[in-house]
Design a protein around this ligand. Structure first.
Ligand code: TXA
Ligand code: MG
Length: 316
């Protein structure tokens, strides 16, 4: 539901309430943070999150950062350990993202984490971001508010240049003081630096009392911020299946008789929203082999096909 005109909301109570109302309705609002502008959506709404990928024209489903108002709110979503407690105490609110185990049943849409059991979470310090998170009262998923492959925006003008007409609104908080994305630290096994960013690694290491490790082998790839270890279902996948063979369960797309359908009406946004949840559901059912209907390779279909072909690739 990208609109043809994007509202520019002022940095006042009316602007914040309007932004919260748009998020509640499943719309997209670009919001200022101290690092860069984020493209915000209700983190509990898979369809809203799918629209984020569509608006950005992102060809891959990278997991997104969840933004919350306080460390207390973060603890309802992510499992904290001692290092996480220390880093949150020292650096939140601020330009630090922590990757932690996802609390099951926390209400985070599977598309936000790309189906992973971990979640990237941060508490931004920018006052308008804080005000919006308080007014909305729920976690907000937000990648940088730029078209895929373009520079991250540090002003409302930058956001409108890239995404004007593709999102409901931008909350104008002026220029971003830090201007580069948050530093991402993974705390799932040992503390690792997953992306250098607005908070220097040295300061984080000083707080932890030891050096940060590099990302685990195989966990990070070619392009920064691109993960190999996305969720893959237990059962093998066969793509572009126009019929099923014996022993296969059909994950359908469009008007086909399927065991589970990504979008009976052939809507790519709906299919993206359902992708990771449906793959998990097939695992839960203990299916042996999955056949997947052909998905058109345009718009979000490219990201869906990217994800499915990785899941179908031979496993090591
Ligand atoms: O400063 C920032 O971090 C900005 C503002 C808007 O908060 N956001 C941002 O989001 O840069 P984005 O989507 O461009 O970066 C998200 C990156 C992913 O590409 C991935 O590298 C990492 O965060 N990430 C997210 N979830 C992860 C997870 N569960 N495990 C490992 N890395 C994860
Ligand atoms: Mg980005």
């Amino acid at each position: 539901m990208a609109k043809s005109t994007t509202e520019r909301l002022d940095a006042d109570n009316a602007g914040v309430s309007r932004a919260a109302a748009i998020l509640r309705a499943g719309g997209l609002v670009a919001l200022p943070t101290e690092t860069v502008y984020g493209l915000g959506a209700d983190a509990g709404n898979d369809l809203a999150v799918a629209r984020v990928f569509e608006a950005k024209g992102r060809p891959r489903f990278n997991p997104l950062i969840v933004h919350v108002a306080s460390a207390e709110a973060a603890r309802r979503i992510a499992g904290f350990n001692v290092d996480a407690d220390n880093l949150a105490d020292a650096f939140w609110p601020g330009p630090l993202t922590l990757v932690l185990p996802l609390v099951p049943g926390a209400g985070i849409a599977p598309l936000v984490t790309a189906g992973l059991d971990t979640v990237a979470i941060r508490v931004p310090s920018q006052p308008l971001a804080q005000a919006l998170l308080a007014a909305f009262g729920r976690p907000v998923a937000a990648p940088s508010a730029n078209r895929s492959g373009r520079l991250s925006p540090t002003s409302a003008e930058h956001v409108l240049d890239g995404l004007g007409g593709r999102i409901e609104a931008v909350l104008d908080g002026g220029p971003c003081p830090v201007g580069i994305e948050s530093t991402i630290v993974g705390l799932v096994d040992a503390p690792r630096i997953l992306r250098p960013g607005g908070l220097p690694a040295e300061i984080i290491e000083e707080c932890l009392g030891h050096p940060l490790l590099l990302p685990a082998a195989g966990a990070v790839l070619s392009a920064p911020g691109q993960l190999a270890s996305h969720y893959a279902p237990d059962a093998p996948l066969r793509l572009n299946a126009t019929s099923t063979e014996s022993g296969e369960t059909l994950l359908g797309f469009g008007p086909v008789a399927a065991d589970l359908n990504l979008s009976p009406s052939g809507d790519l946004v709906e299919a993206a929203a359902n992708l990771f949840g449906h793959l998990r559901e097939l695992d839960r059912r203990g299916v042996v082999r999955i056949a997947v209907s052909p998905i058109p390779d345009r718009g979000l279909g490219r990201a869906i096909n990217d994800r499915l072909s990785r899941a179908a690739a031979p496993r090591v």
